[in-house]
Design a binder for this molecule. Structure first.
Ligand SMILES: CC(=O)SCCNC(=O)CCNC(=O)[C@H](O)C(C)(C)COP(=O)(O)OP(=O)(O)OC[C@H]1O[C@@H](n2cnc3c(N)ncnc32)[C@H](O)[C@@H]1OP(=O)(O)O
Ligand SMILES: O=C([O-])CC(=O)C(=O)O
Length: 373
């Protein structure tokens, strides 16, 4: 008989990885051995994607080559282009991305290979395409064409340009770039696990990424950042503390708080809180930042829970002018670098991921003809 399951697989080690590591008690996160506090604000998203997908922080030459590869990958395949209008009309952003990445797989030149070289090229292409898919989706649904991506600009600068329709100022780009750095990878989170389960059947990278996108979408995972903003918008700024206490007393979960692994401050939230404060001040209206701080105090005092990565990311994206329903797609733009690196890692040392289950259903049932049931 199987052992009793650990609900939600808490504390179960499901894979070995050299990509990221978390110390949940100390509130520390590392990408390939680098503390996130060493990297945030000092490295670009392109450097982090290279670190995850290629193994090292790049030299200048490697970064130039990787940047050129990303710039070259910023195109949409024929199948995506032919369908994006209809997808944008019928699907919400994360559903659309799930569809569009699947369609992009059909036009990928490496679609029939899982070799290490093909996987690395696909990883760069998916990382290049994801922000473009979000921007073109947004353009299609609003009927406002997005500016063409500029090969001279970074992933962060191009994304803000394409979403807002105008070049972002240098500090906004730095802040958004840091957000992308902070969201890139996070050990065996639910979407990465989904990607690895799919990849471990020796399925292809696009299939694994479709599984990951569908998993990130849920409000207990990446979907929480959108819900944080919706909560802030729904609250009366003068009644935040009482409203949060009432929600908690009613057994409601407050989105953006709590974490399976961190039992103290999420180290990414430390950076995001500060960036939210800076942007709020610069905007001349810090209402949402002040409301967030108040929520944080009440949730900590009442439940002992800390904000996770999604909490302050919400107001940062809001102040940067990103539409609320694109917050989770933004998460996917960054996490694509980690998901694809995990697929590369899974394929490089593979074994089928197939856990056991505990059977809790009926036993010894006897078949009856349909008329007698
Ligand atoms: C990128 C990310 O995915 S970060 C996480 C994003 N998700 C969210 O912000 C959604 C809100 N948070 C949550 O739902 C949870 O904290 C999760 C999903 C992140 C972690 O879940 P788990 O490790 O399974 O913890 P679980 O949901 O069992 O919570 C443990 C206890 O804390 C409570 N709790 C956890 N999070 C919250 C919250 N945000 N608000 C209120 N109570 C909470 C639970 O109700 C539970 O209480 P109980 O023991 O009295 O029943
Ligand atoms: O690790 C998790 O469970 C969720 C999370 O914070 C992430 O994916 O960034």
């Amino acid at each position: 008989m199987a052992d009793k399951p650990t609900k939600g697989l808490a504390d179960v080690v499901a894979a070995s990885t050299a990509l990221s590591d978390i110390d949940g008690k100390a509130g520390r996160l590392f990408y390939r051995g680098y503390d996130i506090h060493e990297l945030a604000g000092r490295t670009t998203f392109e450097e982090i994607a290279h670190l995850l997908q290629c193994g090292t922080l790049p030299t200048r030459e490697q970064l130039a080559a990787y940047g050129a590869e990303l710039a070259g990958g910023r195109t949409l395949g024929a199948l995506v282009s032919a369908n994006i209008e209809e997808v944008a009309a019928k699907q919400a952003p994360m559903e659309a991305l799930r569809t569009l990445v699947s369609l992009a797989g059909a036009d990928d030149p490496d679609k029939d290979s899982n070799s290490p070289e093909a996987n690395r090229r696909k990883a760069a292409r998916l990382t290049a395409q994801q922000p473009l898919l979000v921007a073109r989706y947004h353009a299609a649904r609003t009927g406002t064409p997005a500016p063409e991506p500029d090969p001279e600009l970074s992933v962060a600068a191009n994304f803000l340009l394409q979403i807002t329709g105008r070049p972002a100022d240098a500090r906004a780009v730095e802040i958004f770039d840091t957000c992308l750095v902070l969201h890139a990878d996070h050990t065996m989170n639910a979407s990465t696990f989904a990607a690895r389960v799919c990849a471990a059947t020796l399925s292809d990278m696009h299939s694994a990424i479709v599984a990951a996108i569908g998993t990130l979408k849920g409000p207990l995972h990446g979907g929480a950042n959108e819900q944080v903003m919706r909560t802030l918008e729904s609250l009366d700024p003068s009644g935040v503390a009482q409203a949060v206490r009432d929600k908690l007393a009613a057994g409601e979960k407050i989105m953006g708080f709590g974490h399976r692994v961190y039992k103290t401050e999420d180290p990414r939230a430390t950076h995001l809180r500060e960036m939210s404060r800076e942007l709020a001040e610069a905007s001349g209206d810090d209402t949402y930042y002040r409301m967030s701080k108040e929520m944080e105090e009440v949730v900590l005092e009442t439940k002992g829970l800390y904000p996770n990565v999604d909490f302050y990311a919400a107001t940062v994206y809001h102040y940067l002018g990103i539409p609320t329903d694109l917050f989770t797609p933004v998460f996917s733009v960054s996490r694509m670098s980690g998901w694809t690196a995990h697929v590369i890692e899974q394929h490089a040392d593979n074994r089928l991921i197939r856990p056991d289950s505990e059977y809790i259903g009926e036993r010894d049932q006897k078949w009856k003809p349909i008329g007698e049931r």
